[in-house]
Design a protein around this ligand. Sequence first.
Ligand SMILES: C[S@@+](CC[C@H](N)C(=O)[O-])C[C@H]1O[C@@H](n2cnc3c(N)ncnc32)[C@H](O)[C@@H]1O
Length: 213
Amino acid sequence: MPRRIIEDHQEDFFSGLENARKYAEEAEKSSKMRFRGFLKRLLESNVKGRYLEVGAGSGILATMIAENDRDLSITALDISSDMVSVAGEYIEKKGLQSQILPITGNIEDDEFIQFQDKFDFIYSTFSLHHWKNPKTVIRNLMHLLNDGGKVMIYDLKRVWWLYWIPIENGFFKSIRAAYQPDEIESILRETNVTQYKIETISPFFLQNITLWK
Ligand SMILES: C[S@@+](CC[C@H](N)C(=O)[O-])C[C@H]1O[C@@H](n2cnc3c(N)ncnc32)[C@H](O)[C@@H]1O
């Protein structure tokens, strides 16, 4: 399996209001397909209570979840303040301000997470391959999770048949930066997580990682 390729300028997609808006537009257009596998698992889990979305981007998934269950509250965290601004506008447009709180912060920052509340369910989509230190993130997620809670991390999977396609758009760059399940397993082994499941999701370049506390 070819090695991960992480490009620094990956983050450029999320900084600057113009880029954040462009990302939001694309994410909204493809939202049904993009989040289908994740939403299916979320509905099956039927977790109630307080949710934290990590790397929430433009807030589209948070609004889909909040609209589906008007009793849920979601904190939508992102490291990019531009993304958080765009998410705030979108949440307002949908009239969901009482359910979703967009905040700027780095999930890898140990000090930042000390001041956060605890959650019953923590989820993240298409963000894992951007995290500089996934081990720190996993530890921080477990710290923020209430006992009996659950984490779901949904992301691309590096597959050789997409890796070699000579296209330089965001999707193919992300495929080259994504993890293989055995790499995720070795990250998890170095944390305190003992109960987890890693599943490949159709169409084979997606995966969902569930962690329990
Ligand atoms: C590819 S986007 C995915 C956005 C959204 N979850 C989606 O599925 O459309 C990845 C997001 O993760 C955010 N991100 C990356 N590293 C982060 C970190 N350490 N803490 C919080 N957010 C982070 C980025 O700013 C970006 O908005």
